[in-house]
Design a protein around this ligand. Structure first.
Ligand SMILES: NC(=O)c1ccc[n+]([C@@H]2O[C@H](COP(=O)([O-])OP(=O)(O)OC[C@H]3O[C@@H](n4cnc5c(N)ncnc54)[C@H](OP(=O)(O)O)[C@@H]3O)[C@@H](O)[C@H]2O)c1
Length: 282
């Protein structure tokens, strides 16, 4: 496993496991136990996924020591604001059956971001969170937070995949020493990504799957990546990506697949929909 050193010195596994859209708690617990058994140590959940308690049970059942795991959760927007953040964080800890988080993210850039960040900063200083970060923050919102906070965000978790490559965000994040973590690293299989001819050709050249090629592409760009699957065979497949390298020519071919402007519009519409469905906030 490779590790990425965050801007506060904490090391995060570069490849982790996401648990979005696994609402059934017993299924989620089984899946996370299997993922930990496969070797994953970074588990990415969120309050809004409503499965933190299943992740907590799986951590306990796994027999792997807490300090060997790297647990990320996210504060949902309805709980933004100083007091609500402290309360929601305690609830998250209780559900996860732990007394600290490795990484805690503001899920979206809405509402009282600065009140929440003040609460997170206190929790960070008390050692209850080992690194702070954000998710879905465009460059300008992130810049505002950066220049107006004492503890800098270590991570921005953004939807990133070969069709949405984040060139502009990546450049900004590098300049500011903030790590990019890719959500939906496979574009959730949309737009036939798993049968895209360019990716299929590269995969057959390496005798690997398209999923493995996509993960290599992320890893070779230095991105932290958290694919999700409920299938043990795919967990193993997605974890077996350390024994081959994409060539510069292959990386250039994948660079041509970027449709950021077009995809970003779709991504924004989806975020809008998701928040409308999941929240009383709007
Ligand atoms: N911060 C945010 O706002 C945000 C938003 C969305 C997601 N996330 C995080 O990012 C994680 C990953 O994103 P995601 O779940 O949206 O999508 P994803 O990882 O891009 O794709 C998951 C989909 O790909 C399939 N899949 C996985 N491995 C495969 C393989 N080797 N071959 C073929 N298909 C495969 C899965 O199906 P099966 O399960 O049937 O295998 C599932 O349908 C989430 O779980 C969550 O932790 C964060």
């Amino acid at each position: 496993m490779n590790f990425v050193k965050l801007n506060n010195g904490l090391e995060i596994p570069q490849l982790g496991f996401g648990v979005c859209r696994i609402p059934d708690l017993s299924e989620c617990q089984q899946v996370v136990e299997k993922a930990i058994e496969t070797g994953y140590r970074l588990i990415d959940t969120a309050a809004i996924y409503q499965n933190e308690s299943a992740v907590g049970q799986a951590m306990k059942q796994s027999g792997v020591a807490r300090e060997k795991l790297f647990i990320t959760s996210k504060l949902w927007i309805e709980n933004f604001g100083y007091q609500e953040t402290l309360r929601a964080f305690d609830e998250t800890l209780a559900k996860l059956q732990t007394d600290y988080l490795d990484l805690y993210l503001l899920h979206y850039p809405f509402g009282d971001i600065f009140g929440s960040w003040r609460a997170l900063t206190e929790l960070y200083r008390q050692g209850k969170i080992r690194a702070l970060g954000v998710s879905n923050f465009p460059n300008d919102r992130l810049f505002d937070l950066l220049v107006n906070s004492e503890v800098k965000p270590a991570v921005n978790q953004l939807q990133t995949h070969p069709f949405l490559q984040r060139k502009y965000e990546r450049k900004f994040l590098q300049e500011k020493q903030i790590s990019l973590e890719a959500w939906s690293p496979f574009a959730v299989g949309r737009d036939n990504i798993f049968s895209h001819p360019v990716l299929v050709t590269i995969a057959s050249h390496h005798q690997k799957s398209v999923a493995q090629v996509i993960l290599r592409w992320h890893l070779q760009h230095g991105t932290i990546v958290i694919p999700k699957t409920v299938q043990p065979k795919r967990m193993q497949e997605n974890f077996s990506v350390w024994d081959f390298q994409l060539t510069p020519e292959e990386l250039s071919a994948i660079a041509q697949l970027d449709q950021q402007d077009q995809t970003q519009t779709t991504a924004l519409a989806e975020i809008d929909d998701r928040i409308r469905v999941q929240s009383k906030f709007i």
